[in-house]
Design a protein around this ligand. Structure first.
Ligand code: B16
Ligand code: MG
Length: 218
């Protein structure tokens, strides 16, 4: 059987930490008197922590020093981490476990391609780290999505070509990164947001094994 490389984004694909990122950024935005809505939050999905802060400061037209930005980045991450303290496998999104199991049973390669610097502890807390043949996160790359670096690095670690890889992503930036890398992009979320993806599913419960099998045989 063919061996494909299935690269999973983390936040919004495997776990719903996007809601915690939002709450933590919203708290900071409130302190800075910046209006920050769920719509604004879409732009932050998949992008790095540093870039996220810049987007928020641009919204509020705030010019900050390097020191202030560093302080706010730490503050935001501390609030975010406070939401993860009690995290366990119950936070894994519906339909993810059967897909991971199916890929393992069929000897497929599995990687993580996340912008998050907190990815490894999240995979440990949710007890799924052993499913991954390679992990590339925000600590390993210097260019954030939509730059394809994170996915290219994952394919490299798996010793496979870009065209042999399939990416599951919930963010526009991530779908663009997968497309630039010439990988098959699969959007997890809404059609109107992820329309640049090759395939789109509302979530993993709506994706059947026949679809995965067809990707493997391609
Ligand atoms: P951290 P992903 C991304 O993770 C999030 O979508 C994005 O909202 C966040 O800013 C980024 O990680 C950095 O996260 O602050 O934990 O380093 O979707 O690429 O898995
Ligand atoms: Mg994501």
């Amino acid at each position: 059987m063919n061996k494909k490389a299935f690269i999973f984004d983390l936040d919004g694909v495997i776990v719903d930490t996007a809601k915690y990122h939002f709450l933590a950024w919203q708290k900071l935005a409130q302190e800075l008197n910046i209006e920050f809505t769920t719509e604004h939050n879409e732009e932050l999905k998949g992008v790095s922590r540093v870039r996220s802060l810049d987007i928020i400061l641009e919204l509020g037209k705030i010019d900050a020093s390097h020191e202030e930005k560093t302080k706010w980045l730490i503050q935001k991450n501390e609030v975010y981490l406070s939401y993860l303290v009690d995290m366990d496998e119950r936070e894994i999104l519906p339909g993810v476990m059967p897909i991971l199991e199916f890929l393992k049973e069929n000897n497929q390669l599995i990687a993580l391609g996340s912008a998050s610097k907190n990815a490894r502890p999240i995979l440990e807390k949710t007890k799924i780290i052993h499913y991954f043949d390679a992990i590339v996160d925000g600590n390993d790359v210097s260019n954030a999505k939509p730059d394809p670096e994170v996915f290219l690095r994952a394919a490299q670690l798996l010793n496979t070509s870009n065209k042999n890889a399939i990416v599951f992503e919930d963010s526009v930036a991530g779908i663009q990164a997968a497309n630039v890398a010439q990988m098959i992009s699969i959007g997890i979320g809404k059609n109107e947001i992820l329309h640049e993806a090759k395939f789109i599913f509302k979530d993993f419960t709506t994706m059947d094994f026949d679809f995965i099998e067809a990707l493997i045989k391609k």
